[in-house]
Design a protein around this ligand. Structure first.
Ligand code: UGA
Length: 432
């Protein structure tokens, strides 16, 4: 099939690459010339394992193209996949301005046969609104399909190629059937719904996962108070198929470009429709508390942090990405500097992005060793393999005081126990 993908962010780029990998002819379009130039050279603008290999292979095979020209991408295409960003607006609602622009662009090129697929995360009713917008301009009925995305950064390719399900929401059976055919080579279960249910599935899923994380974080805090171990508790709970093992890792709260934004947007939709949804308000409040927990613990341990040298290990919101959006490292760095600590941070790939957001109030190291040198304490913020695999006994020799606050419970306990001098504070379990 001939497909155009609008927007080359995480979702658009991964989708475009994967659709070309399963044999379709895909043209990805973006207004950002620099990004498109990079892509034309086979360079991915985002750090995503496996993406660049598939990108270059499909470009070489002649199935994957990049352009800034609407005409080149949209004229004569059968399917237009819209994957533009819907960032959080000032009032918590999703900002739909990129989507509105995409709708205007599309209406100049589509025919009555073109299918418009919305992959961007959009509030319930947006597909209807966009359809009306395009129809007002082009004057014929438009075939719309809501097809939300469930890929995670860091495993975007695998999540797309081996998805748990594909949601196809449409009021047009023929269009829904065509999109089902588009995905057929993936051999993934398909669920057909109305557009509004499809839009809701995306928000309901992300908000549920965020709530699951806040729930286990509350359990972790209770475990600390009563002397239980949250890792064992989560394992015991997760074996129950109704609960499931995934997303029960206690830590320093959820971050990233999706959960924080989507939980707030769902709450906003609820408010607009007269629904209170107190559960989601608590999910957010717990997350805010959790994001500062490492600093709270460090302040308690030292009785203040003025002049203390604190090494932050990890800056990205999670491993295998350089994305800093809503990363817990941001409020942690803010809190530490508020308490007048001297902060030195290290991340294998996110340092440059972090510098743009956190700025010069902290220092940035080029290696773990450099960050921890003569540190009074280490805060583990992101569970990169390099950080998980540190030699704890060698590490503490370099520190001024052998104190570790592990915000991801990622250091193996046997390594900690083997090193008698270390003072180790995990989340949701007794200190060692
Ligand atoms: C999330 C969803 O997992 C995807 O299904 C969805 O498609 C995507 O949002 C989106 O809407 O585009 P992502 O934000 O890439 O994906 O990252 P996750 O792996 O879900 O992690 C989100 C946050 O939760 C991270 O800060 C992570 O550290 C935290 N987390 C995750 C926990 O604290 N504990 C866990 O057990 C799992």
């Amino acid at each position: 099939m001939k497909i155009a993908v609008l927007g080359t962010g995480y979702v658009g780029l991964s989708t475009g690459v994967c659709l070309s990998q399963i044999g379709h002819h895909v043209t990805c379009i973006d207004i950002n010339e620099q990004k498109i130039n990079q892509l034309l050279q086979g360079i991915s603008p985002i750090y995503e394992p496996g993406l660049e290999d598939l990108l270059t292979a499909n470009m070489e095979a002649g199935r994957l193209h990049f352009t800034t020209s609407l005409n080149e991408a949209l004229a004569g295409t059968e399917i237009i996949v819209v994957a533009v960003g819907t960032p959080q607006g000032d009032d918590g609602a999703a900002d739909l301005s990129y989507l509105v622009q995409a709708a205007k662009d599309i209406s100049a090129y589509i025919t009555s046969d073109t299918i418009v697929v919305i992959k961007s995360t959009v509030p319930v009713g947006t597909n209807d609104f966009v359809r009306k917008m395009i129809e007002d301009q082009c004057g014929f009925p438009v075939k719309m399909v809501s097809n939300p995305e469930f890929l995670r950064q860091g495993s975007a390719i695998e999540d797309t190629m081996k998805a748990d399900r594909i949601i196809i929401g449409s009021e047009n059976a023929e269009a829904a059937g065509k999109i089902r055919d588009m995905y057929q080579p993936l051999n993934v279960p398909v669920i057909l719904t109305s557009t509004r249910s499809a839009e809701m599935i995306k928000y309901a899923s992300n908000a549920f996962l965020a709530t699951k994380i806040s729930y286990i974080n509350e359990i972790a805090n209770l475990c600390e108070a009563v002397g239980a171990d949250v890792t064992d508790v989560a394992k015991g709970m997760g074996k129950d198929k109704r609960i499931g093992e995934a997303f029960l890792n206690a830590g320093i709260g959820y971050g990233g470009s999706c959960f924080p934004k989507d939980v707030k947007a769902l709450l906003h939709t609820a408010g607009l429709n007269g629904v209170e949804f107190p559960l989601l308000k608590e999910t957010i409040a717990i997350n805010e508390y959790q994001r500062k927990l490492l600093v709270t613990k460090a302040v308690k341990r030292f009785g203040g942090l003025k002049g203390k040298k604190i090494a932050m290990l990890g800056l990205a919101f999670k491993p295998e990405t350089d994305d800093m959006r809503e990363a817990p490292s941001i409020p942690i760095a803010e809190e530490l500097t508020k308490f007048e600590a001297e902060v030195v941070a290290y991340d294998p790939v996110a340092t440059e992005n972090a510098r743009k957001i956190i700025g010069d109030k902290i220092k940035y190291a080029g290696s773990i060793d450099q960050a921890i040198f003569e540190a009074d304490a280490v805060l583990i913020v992101t569970e990169w393999n390099e950080i998980k695999g540190m030699d704890v006994s060698k590490m503490v020799e370099k520190m001024k005081e052998p104190i570790i606050f592990d915000g991801r419970n990622c250091l193996p306990e046997e390594k900690i126990r083997a090193c008698s001098s270390v003072e180790y504070y995990p989340i949701g379990k007794p200190p060692i």
